[in-house]
Design a protein around this ligand. Sequence first.
Ligand code: CU
Ligand code: CU
Length: 383
Amino acid sequence: MTARSAPAYRRPADSDSGAFFKVAAILLGLLVSVVGFFALMMWADAREARDDTAAAQASGRAPAQDAAALDPAVDHNVALPLDSFAGVVPENAQQLAEAHKATDAALPPVPAGDLVKVEMTLKDMVVEVAPGVKYNTWAFDGHGAPGPIVHAREGQTVEMTLVNGGAIPHSIDFHAARIAPDVAFRDIDPGESFTFRFKADDPGVFMYHCGTKPVLAHIANGMYGAIVVDPAKPLPQADREYVLVASEWYLDGAGIDAPASLNMDKARAMAPDWTTFNGYANQYVTHPLTAKPGETVRFYVVAAGPTLDTDFHVVGTIFDRAWVNAAVTNAPQNGVQTVLVPAGGGGVFDVKIDEPGLYPFVSHAFAHVDLGQVGLLEVAGTK
Ligand code: CU
Ligand code: CU
C-alpha cells in the first residue's frame, strides 16, 4: 500500500466519536460471541483427537500423523549433503583425454529416397563421461550416449526400429513425430524389437529419448540423441554442420576404480558431477571442431538434460543467425550473443568467423563450463 492511500483508513474524526463508540461496542459484543464459539469448537476437536489417540493406542495402531515416522520406506536423510565427484579425474587425465576418440559431431548426409530407415539397439554398457571416469549407461550399441544422429528431410518418412538389448524395458520418444505416444513410444521388453513410422513434416532439430518411467533415470543413464529434419525450403548454405547434444551426469562414485552408476538423489537435486557436449566432458577442447576463416559454421544444439537447460554461446563471435527453439520455418534472429536451449528443446546457430583462432563454445551458465560443457572451434587455414 502506498502512503497516498493511507487517509482512507484513518480513524473517524472527533465529531463522530459518539457514533464510533456505539459501533465499537456492538462489534466488541459480536467478537466475544465469535471467539466463544471457536473456543468451544477447539475444545471439542481436542477432545476428539485425544479420544482417537487413546483408541489407536488401545488397538496398537499409531495415530495417522506418526505413521510416516514408523515407515521404514520413508527416507529422512534427504537433506544430507550429496558427495560430489565433479572434476575428480585420475592423474593421467590429460593423456587419457588426448587418447580418447572424440564423438563425431559432423551432421551425416540425408539418406536418399522417401524412407529413412533407422535401427537402434539399446545396450547396457560402460562408457567414459570424462577422462578416466567410467559410467554404467543404458545407451546405444555402437554409439554409447548420445545415440546416433538421425538426419531426414521434411516430407520423408522415418522408419524407426528399436531393439531392446538391455536388461529392463525401454522405449523411444521422438520429439519430431506427431504420433500417439501410447502406441509408438510404448515400452519394449528386453530381447524384443518394435518398429514404427512417422512422417518428418516438422523441420528443425529435435531430441529423442527413452520415455520409460522413471524418465529421469533413463535419460540420466544416457538414453537420448538428436534428429535433424531439414526444411523443404533449404536454410542458407553452410560450410560445416555440427550437432551438439548437451547433457548432465549424476554419479554415485568417482568412476575411476569402478564404473559409477546413477545417483538418483543428485539427479532429483539437479546437482550433476559432469556436464557434457556429446557425452564426454571437454572432448572438443582436446579435439577441437574445425572451420576455415570465412566459412559459415552451423551448430544444431539439443539440450537432452535430463533436467538442465543450456545457454549456448560462442566466445569471440556473435550468432549471425539463430533459429531460436529450432523454429527453422521462421526467420532467424540476427546478431544474438547467447540463446537458451531448454531441456528437451533445440536451437540452430550460424557463425561466420573471419579471424583465425580458437573460439570456445559453451553453455554460458558457467557451472556447466566448470563441469565440462565446453568445446573449441578452431578456425584456421584458408578457405
Ligand atoms: Cu530406457
Ligand atoms: Cu521428451
